[in-house]
Design a protein around this ligand. Sequence first.
Ligand SMILES: [Zn+2]
Length: 502
Amino acid sequence: MTRKSFLLTICLLTAAGLLFVPAGRAEADSRPYLHFCGANGTIFGSTTLLHTGKSTLLLDCGLFQEEGYPEREVERRNRFLPFSARDIDYIIVSHVHGDHMGRIPYLVRRGFNGKIYCTKATAELAEIMLPLIEWIRSDDRPIFSETHVRRTLANLVPLEYHRTYTLPDGLRLRFLEAGHILGSAMAYLEFENGGREYSLLYSGDIGNPANPLLRRQDSVEEVDFLITESTYGNRLHNDPEEDREAFRKVVNDTVARGGKVVIPTYVLDRTQNVLYTLNRLIREDAFDRTFNVYVDSPYANRLTGIYRQHYHLFHDDIREEIEDRRLPFSFPGLRSFPPRGRIPGPAVILAPSGMADTGAVREHLANYLPDPNSSVIFVGYQAPGSLGREILEGKSPVRIDRRTVPVRAEAHYLSSFSGHADYRQIGEWLNRSDRIGHIFIIHGQPEASAGLKRHIEEVTPFPASVPAFLDKVYLDTLLPQEEKEEEEPEPRDEVTREAMVR
Ligand SMILES: [Zn+2]
């Protein structure tokens, strides 16, 4: 959505009286509804409001962080709430990524004071990840402060996976495995309204089944409503086995030449995923020579520590390896930090950020991009305009922090390291269910959400729609027809029927 159309939408909806719905307080709103307040037509700002009739809650409350927008516009989008923060009774968080929970401190600033339900691992990761969000350090006009972050962390309620909790409003909540990052969960909700039971599954981000570390995502036998993401709704990943072999070959060939392999990574999950892959290959004797592996980020190293503490959430194979005393993130040559300056000898360097726009990886790229013996491996999506995308598209020289850097190193992109399922994997996951009453597709660029809708219509029997930003959908309007007919009173006699026709 462009800035103009965003403004126009807000103006029209405000004029029509649709925008500032006094959620949960008015007579008309005794019916349950969903209000789509973020990650519609974009992968950022996940915020979906559910009104159950008894209470009003948010499914995630994430930051809008899209690249390529002016800072003012990004700030304005993050400040915009189409509901009153004080009317939100509680929040259910799927996982710790900023685009899913990073805007909660702002909600706290605006008067939200309810509980925030998440998994135990998410609560632990949030202690490190939430204070890292740039917004609290922005000198300009930060949308929240460290105080709001602390109050957010204090209101987290850590819950177990696969256990049903009855919340004070009677809603039953069960966290299922999403397989996206450590602690990521799908929220399965059941609540009663007007004598009818409703069930709803909120997917959050759905993991890539090729992730070697985490458990596969759970499915449900049946559910009335599903809200699903569609990041890769129109794309397929590379074959994971081919990518793993490509990864082995690039590392092997580069270190054989005495070069460096620079891997721009996100501190959370991608770093641990790459470390585990290196560990497996080293254990399998897949490399011709030894080399050091440096992780140049104190946060990545702390997060790896949290991953270590949650081995029970890992894939079955890894739990078995751990029982055999083979640890996923410990291998010869692994070092927490590289030495200052240029690194001697062949080495693999992992450093943030994943798109190379910020962080320690820029220094390593400036040092080793000019070296034809070195390589760069991108293990995640590179947005247009990012330094990573420029390198992948063959641009040379590139600008890195006032330096002009010629690119002579090899550049590779291995998409199967992605943390998200692609559309085929989502289709297979959906088909593990017997019945899904209606699927709402969010969290994707417009073409990705449309692509997933087409795929769902092709391979599953379940109806699906792509709600627009600020759409509000009453759930009873999507109930099966026969149930609605049962509730309608029969006309008493012919005269009444004729009178009704007139
Ligand atoms: Zn995520």
